[in-house]
Design a protein around this ligand. Structure first.
Ligand SMILES: Cc1ncc(COP(=O)(O)O)c(C=O)c1O
Length: 381
C-alpha cells in the first residue's frame, strides 16, 4: 500500500474551523464530523490549477461530473446509473430537506441519529416520528417489530442513514430488504443518506436503491465525496432519483434555489472520484488502527463502553455507567475533551467520538479521559 502522512498535525485553529474554533473554550475537539487530515494531493492540485487561472466568472454545470458519478457507481457497485437520475445539490442536508418536502408528510427515522437529520422536521417543516434502533446480540439494528407496531398513520417518509452515524453499522442486504419491504407495505418514500459509504472497515456497502426494483422506484439516495476525501467545504453532493415522477417533484422544489457548482468545485470532486483511491485505502487503514486503539483503551476505562465500528470515523460511546449527570459536560470540564453530546442524537448519557485525527491527538485525548474518570472515582470513594 502506498504511504501517506496522516501523522503530521495540521494547525486548523484560526481558519473559521467549526471543529477547532467554535468550541466555547480550549478543548481537544473530537466532535464535528470532519477529519484533521489534508485532502489528497490530486484534489489540492485541481484546486490550485483552478486558482491559477484567476477568473471566477459564472459557470455552467460541468456534465463530466455526472459522467464521473456514473463511472464511479459502475466501478464500485457494478451498477449502470442512468445519468438522468442524478440531481446535484450543494450538500447532502439541503438535498435531504428537499426530499422530505417531496413527500409532504410525517418522516420516520431511528435513533440514535445524526443531529442534522433530527433537525429535518424543523428545517423542512414536517412532523416526525422517532423509533429507537434495538440491539441484537450486542449489535444495533432496526427494530422492525416496533416500527410496524408503532408506525403512525400519517408517516410518508422513512429516512435511512447507511452507513450509520453514529453507530457505525453497514447494514446487510437482509436488513435493507426489510426496510424496503416496510416502505413498500406502508407506501413510504425511502430517503437514504449514504454519505459515509466509502469509509467501510467491515462488510459491504449496498446502495439502498440497488436492493430491488421496488427500492429503485421509491427512493432518493443522497451522497457526496465530502466525508471520504475531507472536502465538506466544497459545495457538491448529489441525489440519485430513478423514479421520474419523484425526480420531477424534487427538481421543481429545488428550482432556482442553488447556484451552479463552479469549476473549482467540479475539478475537486472529479479528482476525488477518479484519482484518490490509493489515498482512500491508506486512510481506511489508518482509521482502522485508530478504531482498534480506541476500542482497546475505552474497554479499560470503567463506566465507558464503546460500540464496534464497521464504518465511519465516528464512534458511539455509552457513558451511562459513569455515574455523572452529564458525561459531555464532565469530559469538557474534567478532561478538556469535547465530544459530541449523545443528547443531540436522542441518547442522553452517550457520546460520539470523532477518531478522524492523528494517532497522537487520539492518545492525548484518551489519556485525559482516562485520567478524568480515575480522579472522579477517587473523589467519590
Ligand atoms: C449521515 C450524515 N449525513 C449528512 C451529513 C452532512 O452532509 P453535508 O455536509 O453534505 O450536508 C453528515 C455529516 O456529518 C452525516 O454524518
Amino acid at each position: 500500500m502506498k504511504r501517506f502522512d496522516f501523522d503530521t498535525p495540521v494547525n486548523r485553529k484560526g481558519t473559521c474551523c467549526e471543529k477547532w474554533d467554535e468550541q466555547g473554550g480550549d478543548f481537544i475537539p473530537l466532535w464535528v464530523a470532519d477529519m484533521d487530515f489534508k485532502s489528497p494531493e490530486p484534489i489540492l492540485e485541481a484546486v490550485k490549477n483552478r486558482m491559477d487561472h484567476g477568473v471566477f466568472g459564472y459557470t455552467e454545470y460541468d456534465w463530466e461530473l455526472t459522467d464521473t458519478i456514473v463511472e464511479y457507481y459502475k466501478k464500485y457497485y457494478g451498477y449502470e446509473i442512468d445519468p438522468e437520475w442524478i440531481v446535484w445539490v450543494p450538500s447532502v442536508m439541503p438535498g435531504a430537506n428537499i426530499a422530505c418536502r417531496c413527500a409532504g408528510g410525517k418522516i420516520m427515522y431511528n435513533t440514535p441519529m445524526y443531529p442534522h437529520i433530527r433537525r429535518l422536521p424543523e428545517e423542512a417543516h414536517c412532523p416526525y416520528q422517532e423509533i429507537p434502533l434495538c440491539k441484537k446480540d450486542g449489535i444495533y439494528t432496526f427494530d422492525m417489530e416496533a416500527m410496524e407496531a408503532e408506525l403512525e398513520r400519517d408517516v410518508k417518509v422513512f429516512v435511512l442513514c447507511n452507513p450509520h452515524n453514529p453507530v457505525g453499522r453497514v447494514f446487510t442486504k437482509e436488513e435493507l430488504e426489510e426496510i424496503v419491504e416496510f416502505c413498500e407495505k406502508h407506501d413510504l418514500l425511502l430517503i437514504s443518506d449514504e454519505i459515509h459509504s466509502q469509509l467501510i472497515f467491515e462488510g459491504t456497502h449496498i446502495p439502498a436503491f440497488m436492493i430491488s426494483e421496488k427500492a429503485k422506484m421509491r427512493s432518493i439516495t443522497l451522497t457526496s465525496a465530502a466525508k471520504t476525501y475531507n472536502i465538506p467545504a466544497i459545495p457538491f453532493a448529489f441525489a440519485i432519483i430513478p423514479n421520474e415522477e419523484i425526480r420531477k417533484r424534487y427538481k421543481d422544489i429545488a428550482k432556482g434555489l442553488f447556484a451552479t457548482p463552479d469549476a473549482l468545485t467540479a475539478k475537486a470532486v472529479k479528482a476525488a472520484y477518479t484519482q484518490c483511491d490509493d489515498w482512500r485505502e491508506a486512510l481506511i487503514h489508518y482509521l482502522k488502527e485508530n478504531r482498534d486503539y480506541l476500542e482497546e483503551r475505552i474497554s479499560g476505562i470503567p463506566g465507558l463502553k464503546v460500540n464496534h465500528n464497521e464504518a465511519t470515523y465516528l464512534s458511539w460511546i455509552d457513558a451511562t455507567g459513569l455515574n455523572v449527570d452529564n458525561p459531555w459536560e464532565f469530559f469538557r470540564k474534567e478532561a478538556g475533551v469535547n465530544f459530541s453530546n449523545g443528547e443531540d442524537f436522542g441518547y442522553p448519557g452517550y457520546l460520539r467520538l470523532n477518531f478522524g485525527c492523528t494517532k497522537a491527538l487520539l492518545k492525548e485525548a484518551l489519556d485525559k479521559v482516562e485520567g478524568a474518570v480515575k480522579s472522579c472515582q477517587v473523589r467519590t470513594q
